[in-house]
Design a protein around this ligand. Structure first.
Ligand code: HEM
Length: 196
């Protein structure tokens, strides 16, 4: 039988610093793959539905100009970046006047970076055809999201199909919307009126 080319098989044969991965490392990799696409995904989908529910003009524009979807998906990810990651400082460093010591825990608030007015025009607006959009919602560098293409496809499929079936959904009760707190942010309660 030919060895398969899936990620688990890859991890079983992978080496790190000249040694095979340990079972806990392989298990950790598999577990990460399993959980990394859950609350990230429904947070992104929920936040996008929340936004579109109160922006009928954008729903109409997406219906009239379906070619906008890929750019719009990127913009929804920027504007509602669900994930804030953490790191540990490896050596004493000063950044922007802030002193960080080796061993300090550090949050990387991608959502804040993605609304940096020095990097984005009108950062608090959702601009469906935003031309320049170098956002960090799916990370940057060596640990950039392994599932980023899948994530964009899932977000596109879920929101587009939702709008196809329920084009006129609006917020049923804006006060009742509840957002999660912590490192993955998205609406946990989102009452929508389907307009039927
Ligand atoms: C909208 C949905 C998603 C968002 C916003 C998101 C965001 C992120 C971010 C910011 C990172 C970087 C972590 C870091 O720098 O330490 C990351 C890593 C990762 N993501 Fe996603 N993600 C999403 C969906 C997914 C999906 C669907 C999968 C796979 C099923 C996935 C798998 C992973 C994995 C395995 C990593 C770790 C990569 C590494 O450490 O080398 N993600 N994700």
């Amino acid at each position: 039988m030919e060895p398969s080319d899936d990620i688990v098989t890859f991890l079983l044969g992978a080496e790190f610093e000249g040694r095979p991965l340990t079972d806990p490392e392989i298990f950790g990799g598999c577990l990460l793959l399993l959980v990394a696409g859950i609350d990230t995904m429904w947070s992104a989908i929920g936040a996008t539905l929340w936004h579109l529910a109160s922006h009928p003009e954008q729903r109409k524009r997406l219906r009239d100009e379906p070619d906008l979807w890929p750019t719009a998906i990127k913009e929804f990810l920027r504007a509602f970046s669900p994930v804030t990651m953490a790191r540990e400082v490896t050596q004493d460093t000063e950044l922007g006047g802030c002193l960080m010591k080796a061993g300090d825990p550090l949050l990387l608030p991608f959502p804040a970076a993605n609304r940096d007015p020095d990097a984005f025009d009108h950062p608090d607006e959702v601009i469906l055809d935003r031309a320049l959009n170098r956002h960090f919602a799916i990370g940057v560098g060596i640990h950039r999201c392994l599932g980023s293409n899948l994530a964009r496809m899932e977000l596109d499929t879920a929101v587009r199909r939702f709008l196809d079936r329920i084009p006129d959904s609006t917020l049923a009760d804006a006060e009742a919307v509840m957002w999660s707190v912590g490192q993955v942010r998205g609406p946990r309660v989102l009452p929508l009126d389907f307009g039927t």
